[in-house]
Design a binder for this molecule. Structure first.
Ligand SMILES: [Zn+2]
Length: 233
């Protein structure tokens, strides 16, 4: 079931208080239209009745799509600096729904799901898009790191992220996008051969793959953002 609660949110333009249904969870198997709306960036967008500006509610929800084998937690972009704690929290949330203490049928479903944590709508959209086109998101993050070495004048500032907009047989359409405002800073295309080269040499990329996929936050930002994980004593 998909769940919404009525919430009072403040219009970022005129500061009027606007009541709107805020999403708590999405079941994309039952509501594929919500998945479509996330992919076309219209989900949780509302228009302020006072100033008529459109704005988007920051994400804070869980997303289940058994058909595509995906479960993710979407959090506001501003929480990304807390990613180690959020990874632990989200693991608990997921275990409560699908872990050892739930019926076997739910655990069977869990085995089919890739679990991810995403901060901000661009990251959420990218994970859902990549699952839909059958690409491995860990490989995509490694491709981004490879791209970073090749790019001149990348707008690499805090809050601006490199995301996949679309992909076809030849190329990835990449965007540098502000994680909070979703303002696009720059677009460019990258040859699909870069992705295929990583897939072709798994041993050369194994150490990096391990680092990127040691928890549900699978994003190159985890390698350089904040303190990272403090070594367990
Ligand atoms: Zn307003």
């Amino acid at each position: 079931m998909s769940l919404f609660t009525n919430s009072n949110v403040t219009c970022p333009n005129c500061e009027a208080v606007v009541n709107m249904p805020a999403v708590g969870s999405v079941n994309a198997d039952r509501r594929p239209d919500f998945r479509d709306a996330i992919l076309d960036d219209s989900f949780q967008v509302t228009t302020c009745p006072n100033c008529h500006e459109a704005f988007r509610l920051a994400p804070l929800f869980n997303y289940l799509d058994v058909g595509h084998g995906q479960w993710l937690a979407g959090l506001p972009a501003s929480r990304v600096v807390d990613w180690p704690e959020v990874e632990d929290d989200i693991d608990s949330v997921f275990q409560a729904s699908f872990g050892a203490n739930v019926p076997a049928a739910a655990r069977d479903v869990a085995d089919l799901l890739t679990v991810r944590v995403c901060f901000g709508w661009p990251a959420i959209r990218e994970k859902i898009y990549l699952k839909g086109v059958g690409l491995d998101d860990v490989t995509v993050e490694m491709m981004k790191m490879d791209l970073m070495r090749r790019l001149k004048d990348a707008p690499f500032v805090q809050g601006t992220e490199l995301r996949v907009g679309a992909v076809d047989d030849q190329a990835f359409q990449m965007v540098w996008i502000d994680a909070e405002t979703e303002d696009v800073r720059q677009r460019f295309s990258a040859q699909r051969a870069l992705y295929d080269a990583i897939t072709a040499k798994p041993e050369a990329w194994a150490a990096l793959r391990d680092k990127l996929s040691d928890g549900p936050f699978v994003d190159m930002q985890k390698l350089f953002l904040g303190q990272g994980r403090v070594a367990a004593e």
